[in-house]
Design a protein around this ligand. Sequence first.
Ligand code: CA
Length: 217
Amino acid sequence: MIKILIVEDERAINDLIEMNLSGAGYGCTCAYDGIQAADILEKERFDLILLDIMLPGADGYELLEYIKPMEIPVIFLTAKGSTEDKVKGLKLGADDYLVKPFEIVELLARVETILRRAGKTQTEIIVDDVTIDTKSRSVRRGSKAIQLTMKEYELLLMFARNRNIALFRETLYERVWESDYMGDSRTVDLHVQRLRKKMHWENKIKAIYKVGYRLED
Ligand code: CA
């Protein structure tokens, strides 16, 4: 299991991140100040650290210096609009940053990207009796392969990585088709219908009125 350390003193934000990352299948440990984070890092190995900058004890910059020799990827969590923080963080060696408040979809996408870049991505995602192998890009139920088109597969991956989160049609379109959403939802709707049918997930992928869809797990 991929292990992520969340260093954030605002409990509500820390809880929210933990809940969503756990839901996506990551093992999470939470720290609420810089000293506690350093203590945890001394005892345990992590694959990724989400690091807030303004922290009691030791701040994010100090902690980053401490983490650097461990060669663990770091995503900085910065307050809205503090461009200086971002630049300083990246200069100091952070791999990426997220500006608070951020969308959970964005957080999961960044985490995934950084882990992939570090060669630490989860190769198997399991939803019920379905296994998604992200290395071979194949899907199976038990030992039986499920044939999906490329877009259906990408869509499935979005749902599986964002379980129990309502995803906007716009978000799905922009992530899966990688182009700007022009307000036409038929493409997304058609693909979701096909995916539901192939996966036998008619009741699992729920349509959310005026929003989009949610995979319930
Ligand atoms: Ca803070």
